[in-house]
Ligand binder design. Structure first.
Ligand SMILES: CCC/C=C/C(=O)SCCNC(=O)CCNC(=O)[C@H](O)C(C)(C)COP(=O)([O-])OP(=O)([O-])OC[C@H]1O[C@@H](n2cnc3c(N)ncnc32)[C@H](O)[C@@H]1OP(=O)([O-])[O-]
Ligand SMILES: Cc1cc2nc3c(=O)[nH]c(=O)nc-3n(C[C@H](O)[C@H](O)[C@H](O)COP(=O)(O)OP(=O)(O)OC[C@H]3O[C@@H](n4cnc5c(N)ncnc54)[C@H](O)[C@@H]3O)c2cc1C
Length: 672
């Protein structure tokens, strides 16, 4: 009788334990740094315990893996409501609630209510409106979504076709979806969950258009959740990932809402139909900016989860031979495996520091904006647009590489990597498609560069554009200089400067050759995106270097983070070597040294790789991966995962009686 069972051993896989035993630094110390201090780590642990002591959270994993779309959605609604109830019961602060969402690491059916509907009310409603709507929303007495994108337009907000026409007789707005392409299409939680929507529509008063404004529209009855007259709403269909969310469509047919349902913090319509604005014209775009900042943090979570799975699995998987005399090595020993996974590890820490720095800038600017001071808005818009694009693009790409690095098992749902990639993929599109957002940054950089050329002293993230390029000498003079983080950062800065300078001069030249501005811009779009990417890369490297420099920590922690930072910077130069050479930020000698360093750092990171991902301290339920579990018992967990698979419920599947049996009988009778 075979002794093979799917029971999970109680002990840690010795291969993983061996890795932990040889870590050069204290993992707990790094965990506290990652979560912002010992108290925050403890609080997170308490919340984790509270959540995961409920068996539902474990069962949810099965529905997610094996349930139908509808079952998955239902379980996700249940999960959302459980969390909402816990929030009320334990009086969680916003920060605690954010932590819970991070722990859940999942697209919850009702997430939009918290991530966009409430922040939009906070940013776009007057104090009076807040005391009514925000209070109801925070008490979950209404559930809402943010309905902006239409079938025909997501990017170009000036092209939105939904209308809100003011009727001074009744003091109401009449909401309409005039065409097929005007129907709202994509908003999360819209299809089945929400009873209210913040509808972004073109305001029309006496036949005149006044741009996009937010209107609160009730969609469903508060008694029986039935759709209200004039409203058509539904789910837009299954997606590549995130299928727990009911992204929806919405058609409005002469739906009347009271005048006070227009959120009027930034612009008002008086009862007799007078339009007055306050603040900059883009003030109504505020919610999108907040989410762009949050996407950088999400990108960190995605890539650090992927790195955790990839590294733990690579430490327990043995395959092939290195030394013909020795046993099969851990696949983590192969330099090529390190080359596939360590960029994701280094990126995790880079994005941790970059997203932290961006969040801090956002909070400072938001406080100013609340006081009516909008001076930081353009800088913040461009910084958040660039970093949102950069972090989402790089993290999604890197996790897919990590998935491939796990071989066949990486392709299984139970590995958790496919779901991670598919759930993360929309970060590239949502809250402004990446190319479009890079171009927003490029437009800002061009203006700042022109300012610098005309002698303006620049501040903020683009201050380096005032530099005199003639003074640049590559700061790497020897192989040892390659480890100098400031020198690496300078190389990125100069490469960005030259990339911006080249495209700015080209656009200027094209315009001076009588090309209309829009033609000149379109002729240079690829290079403009290249400039925005170079600038974003520089900012991320700078934030990483400055973040590590400012750390108060033990010498071993600082050392390992400096090594990672050095690797992140060297890897980027090696990967985009063409750009760095072309801009003359490095020469061929320096490139060779930096490439050597990049490869030799793989070996330096190797002994601490497991400890560096352990420091992210992800709970097994959060990771949801048989390959990446803390105990490293990947094979047992993979085998165990098959127990819940409905395919394995019966010894003989019903399809046998329906199709295979008659077919086999027919074949057996056949004389051919
Ligand atoms: C969690 C997942 C759920 C997902 C939810 C969603 O996806 S929800 C749906 C998410 N949907 C999206 O994210 C839609 C993406 N699309 C957009 O955000 C806009 O259509 C746009 C920014 C692409 C263009 O906008 P436009 O045609 O109105 O403008 P323009 O190009 O003519 O530039 C005019 C000026 O405005 C400036 N400026 C622009 N934005 C901001 C800002 N936020 N702040 C400050 N400033 C801003 C800009 O820099 C420029 O300044 P300049 O040079 O004149 O000094
Ligand atoms: C999972 C998911 C959830 C979403 N949730 C919501 C939500 O809750 N609420 C909501 O309102 N919306 C939501 N959206 C919609 C999302 O915001 C839009 O899809 C996004 O803004 C991109 O717009 P688009 O789909 O119109 O893309 P398009 O603009 O059509 O982009 C298609 C291509 O055209 C290119 N392109 C477009 N314009 C330009 C330009 N000016 N210059 C150069 N290239 C250009 C793009 O780069 C891209 O390659 C969601 C989308 C997804 C996928």
């Amino acid at each position: 009788m075979s002794e093979i069972t799917s029971s999970i051993p109680l002990q840690i896989n010795p291969d993983l334990q061996e890795e932990r035993d040889k870590a050069s630094f204290n993992v707990t110390e790094l965990t506290h740094i990652i979560y912002g201090g010992i108290e925050k780590t403890k609080k997170r642990k308490r919340l984790e315990k509270l959540l995961f002591s409920d068996p539902f959270f474990q069962e949810y994993q099965n529905v997610r893996a094996f349930g139908s779309r509808s079952e998955y959605y239902a379980a996700s609604v249940k999960k959302s409501t459980k969390i909402f109830k816990l929030r009320r019961q334990h009086k969680w602060t916003d920060e605690e609630y954010e932590t819970v969402l991070d722990i859940c690491h999942d697209d919850l059916a009702l997430t939009l209510h918290h991530t966009m509907f409430i922040p939009a009310l906070e940013r776009l409603a007057t104090e009076d409106q807040k005391s009514k709507w925000l209070t109801l929303a925070k008490q979950y007495k209404i559930i809402g979504t943010y309905a902006q994108t239409e079938l025909g337009h997501g990017t170009y907000l000036q092209g939105l076709e939904t209308t809100a026409t003011y009727d001074p007789q009744t003091r109401e707005f009449v909401m309409n979806t005039p065409t097929l392409s005007a129907m709202k299409w994509w908003p999360g939680s819209l299809g089945k969950s929400s009873n209210h929507a913040l509808v972004l529509a073109t305001l029309i008063i006496s036949g005149k258009k006044y741009g996009m404004h937010p209107f609160l529209v009730q969609l469903r009855s508060m008694d029986d959740h039935k759709v209200l007259p004039g409203v058509r709403v539904g789910d837009i269909g299954a997606k590549m990932g995130g299928n727990s969310v009911d992204n929806g469509y919405l058609i409005l047919d002469n739906v009347r809402i009271p005048r006070n349902n227009m959120l009027m913090k930034n612009a008002q319509v008086s009862p007799d139909g007078k339009f007055v604005t306050r603040g900059p014209s883009k003030a109504n775009y505020a919610t999108m900016m907040l989410i762009r900042v949050q996407i950088c943090t999400m990108a960190y979570q995605v890539v650090s989860s992927g790195a955790t799975i990839g590294i733990r699995y690579s430490a327990v998987r043995r395959q092939s031979k290195l030394d013909p005399q020795d046993r099969e090595p851990k696949i983590l020993e192969y330099q090529t495996q390190q080359y596939k996974i360590f960029p994701g590890l280094a990126m995790s820490y880079a994005f941790l520091f970059a997203s932290r720095s961006l969040t801090r800038k956002y909070e400072e600017a938001f406080a100013e904006i609340q006081r009516g001071d909008f001076k930081s808005l353009p800088e913040l818009h461009c910084l958040s647009s660039g970093l949102k694009s950069f972090c989402s693009e790089h993290s999604v790409r890197q996790v897919e590489i990590i998935r491939q690095s796990c071989g066949g098992h990486g392709y299984l749902n139970a590995a958790g990597l496919g779901m991670l990639v598919n759930a993360a993929a929309p970060m590239i599109t949502v809250e402004g498609e990446n190319t479009v957002m890079y171009l927003q940054l490029a437009r800002y950089i061009l203006k700042r560069f022109a300012g610098a050329m005309s002698g303006q002293q620049l501040d903020g993230s683009t201050s380096y554009l005032s530099m005199d390029p003639a003074t640049y000498v590559c700061p790497v003079m020897s192989e040892t200089d390659c480890r100098n983080l400031t020198a690496l950062c300078d190389i990125y800065r100069y490469r960005s400067y030259m990339t911006v300078c080249r495209v700015a001069r080209q656009v200027q030249h094209d315009m001076e050759s009588d090309m209309p501005q829009h033609v000149a811009i379109n002729k240079n779009l690829v290079d403009l995106v290249r400039a925005a990417k170079a600038h974003s890369y520089y900012i991320v490297v700078k934030d990483f270097v400055e973040g590590v420099d400012a750390l108060v920590a033990s010498a071993p922690v600082i050392k390992v983070l400096r090594t990672l930072c050095c690797f992140y910077a060297a890897h980027g130069i090696a990967e985009y070597s063409g750009d760095f050479l072309e801009s003359e930020a490095v020469g061929l000698h320096q490139l060779k040294w930096i490439k050597n360093l990049q490869v030799s750092l793989l070996g330096e990171i190797r002994p601490d790789a497991v400890a560096l991902v352990d420091a992210f301290d992800y709970h097994d339920i959060t990771l949801s991966s048989a390959l990446g579990c803390y105990d490293g018992n990947a094979y047992e967990r993979l085998f165990k995962s098959t127990e819940n698979d409905p395919m394995n419920k019966e010894e003989v599947h019903p399809s046998y009686y329906q199709y295979l049996k008659p077919f086999m009988e027919e074949m057996n009778k056949s004389k051919l």
